[in-house]
Design a protein around this ligand. Structure first.
Ligand code: ADP
Ligand code: MG
Length: 266
C-alpha cells in the first residue's frame, strides 16, 4: 500500500482565519491558527463544540477558503479540493447504486486504473476493513458501522497524502467504534498516510494520535476559535489502562474544560 504521489505531505498552516458573513453580521469562527503537520503524522483535534474544528478541517480540505493566512500542502497552496486529500465525515455518503467493491474502486477508476486493477485495489481495502464477505453487497444492506468502514476504505483506496476525518466514528456504537479505532491505527501504520482527525473523545484522541491539538474559543466565548495547546502523545504502547495513558487523558481534559465557562461565570 505505498504512496503513489511523489511529493511529501507536509502541511503548513500560518495565521489562518475564517470569518463567516451571516445575516446577523460577521462570525469570526477561527483566527490566528498556526500549525505544522509532518508527512505521515497522526494529529487529533479536540475542543468544545463551536470552537472551529470543522471549519478548520473544511479549509484543510479546500472546501472553503480561509479569510486570511496561508495554507500549503507539500509546498503548494491549497485552494480547492484535490485527490491528494481524502475526506471522511460522520455521514459521508456512499453511492447507493454501487456495491461495496464498486464504491471503493470508484476513485482508482476515476484516476485511470483499469477495471481489474481498481477492483484488486478495492479488494485489498475491503479486506483491510474486514468486509471481504460483503464486497458484493449494496450500502443499504450494511449496518452504519460497516458503511463507515466502506467510506474509510474508499478514501484509503485513493492513496491520499492526507486523510481528513471529522468525527468519523461519532455515530457508531461503542464496540464498533473501538474496532474502527484499531483498524484506523493499523491502516495509518501500514500506509503512512497523514491523518487529521477531529473527535469529541479525548480517549480516542490519545489512543490514535501522535499529537493532540486542543482548540478553544468560539462565538459563545467572545473570541474566535484558536489553538490553545498542542500535546505530543508519548506512549510506550496504546494500552488504555496504563498510568501514562490516563495521565494524558487527565491533562487533555483539564485543557479542554478549563475556561470553558461563559465569561464571568466561575
Ligand atoms: P466545531 O466543529 O468545533 O463545533 P464549527 O467549525 O462547526 O465548530 O463552527 C465554528 C463557528 O463558526 C460556530 O460559531 C459556528 O456557528 C460558525 N459557523 C460554522 N459554519 C458556518 C457557516 N457556514 N456560516 C456561518 N457560521 C458558521
Ligand atoms: Mg464540528
Amino acid at each position: 500500500m505505498s504512496q503513489t504521489h511523489s511529493m511529501t505531505a507536509d502541511t503548513v498552516v500560518r495565521d489562518l482565519g475564517k470569518t463567516y458573513q451571516t445575516e446577523r453580521g460577521p462570525v469570526a469562527a477561527i483566527a490566528g491558527v498556526t500549525l505544522d503537520i509532518a508527512d505521515g503524522e497522526f494529529v487529533a483535534i479536540i475542543g468544545a463544540s463551536g470552537c472551529g474544528k470543522s471549519t478548520f478541517l473544511r479549509i484543510l480540505a479546500g472546501f472553503e477558503p480561509a479569510t486570511c493566512g496561508t495554507l500549503t500542502l507539500g509546498g503548494r497552496p491549497v485552494t480547492k479540493p484535490g485527490p491528494d486529500r481524502g475526506v471522511v465525515f460522520q455521514d459521508y455518503g456512499l453511492f447507493p447504486w454501487l456495491t461495496v467493491r464498486e464504491n471503493i474502486a470508484y476513485g482508482p477508476r476515476q484516476t485511470g486504473s483499469s477495471r481489474a486493477s481498481a477492483h484488486a485495489t478495492a479488494d485489498r481495502f475491503v479486506e483491510a476493513v474486514g468486509l471481504t464477505r460483503f464486497a458484493d453487497k449494496y450500502p443499504k444492506e450494511l449496518s452504519g458501522g460497516m458503511q463507515q468502514r466502506v467510506a474509510i476504505a474508499r478514501v484509503m483506496a485513493n492513496s491520499p497524502l492526507v486523510m481528513l476525518m471529522d468525527e468519523p466514528f461519532g455515530a457508531l456504537d461503542a464496540l464498533t467504534r473501538t474496532n474502527m479505532q484499531h483498524e484506523l491505527a493499523r491502516l495509518h501504520k501500514e500506509t503512512g498516510t497523514t491523518v487529521v482527525f477531529v473527535t469529541h473523545s479525548i480517549e480516542e484522541a490519545v489512543f490514535l494520535a501522535d499529537r493532540v491539538v486542543v482548540m478553544a474559543g468560539g462565538a459563545s466565548h467572545g473570541v474566535p476559535g484558536h489553538i490553545k495547546a498542542v500535546v505530543p502523545i508519548s506512549l510506550a504502547n496504546r494500552d488504555v489502562t496504563s498510568a501514562e495513558f490516563n495521565r494524558h487523558k487527565r491533562e487533555l481534559a483539564a485543557l479542554v474544560h478549563e475556561g470553558s465557562n461563559p465569561a464571568g461565570v466561575r
